[in-house]
Write a protein that binds this ligand. Sequence first.
Ligand SMILES: *Cc1c(COP(=O)(O)O)cnc(C)c1O
Length: 364
Amino acid sequence: MPHPPDHAVLTIDLDALAHNRAVLAAEAAGAEIGAVVKADGYGLGAGPVARRLYAEGARSFFVARVSEGEALRSELGARDAAIYVLDGLPTGTADRMAAARLIPVISTLPQANAALARAAAMGRYAVALQVDTGMNRQGLTLPEVRALLATPGALDRLEVVLVMSHLGSATVPGEARNPAQLARFREVRALFPGVPASFAASAGAFLGVDYRHDLVRGGVSLYGGGPEERPDGRLKAVATLTAPILDIRNLQPGDRLSYGEVFTAVRAVRAAVVAAGYADGILRGAAGKGYAWAAGARRPLLAVNMDLTIIEIGDAPLAPGESVELLGPNVLIDDLATAAGTVAHEILVRLSRRAERVYLGDVA
Ligand SMILES: *Cc1c(COP(=O)(O)O)cnc(C)c1O
């Protein structure tokens, strides 16, 4: 067996990504599965992620920033992908948006007016409209949509290619806000007959047929995060972070470990010092609650420092140089997120560039 690497390695499994896309596609049968690749593909590399998802059939991509859209357009080259920019049409970006053929997701009346002003130069300007159905974060209100529709010539100059909205409580299937948002979204849809509609992100895709509409904006579940913020056995881990053991230490009752009050041994504790820490993306808040995986079992996280994580290993036959899994198929992303008091999205985007990155599977 080759010696394990002497440093942390982040493995990004593109076959697992393709698997997760197929899970979403089966769950949301009939809807197109678009890919949300904002924040550099949730930290995993927007280029390889988007190219593989394109090969799997994705044709609609969503980013947050204009600069992300420009980078994605060059990553995708001649592929005929629609790239939607969730920020809309930020002031001063219209030329860049047009040059990279980015579709603004219009969420305010000023953005709509900027698109109308620009439309003369574009022939007809292809835009998506985002409507606020109850998340109160982004999107035109229903009266604003009606006002836009009443603007003379608006729909001659704007080609609405997608009507969308976003759910605020989709991770909780029983939440009353879900059907309330759905009812409002149906009102909006009725104003745009024949225009494709997108309502569900990952979690919404699992809420049943009423929530799917034409295009699912798949995000965290493509990358292995469960739709209800807990592990979902149908999905595979895309990101795996491993790091080697540097040292093994024996703490005696009363010994204090690491900084401050983080851990005091009340019995003899055998601990492994692992060469990855919060600078590599293992959130400090997971100490005392989360686990790693080594020698075939879960190992409690005792302390997470910037460069080092210390785990309890009992009498496992582990030695310096051996590899510990800090995130991956055995350290479930939703468990780590819960331990750190956050969501899988944040775990992913905080994975740093310090670990060596290795892609598995065809990038396409
Ligand atoms: C980030 C985002 C998504 C993807 O959400 P996930 O929970 O990762 O699936 C979809 N739509 C909008 C508007 C978003 O901001």
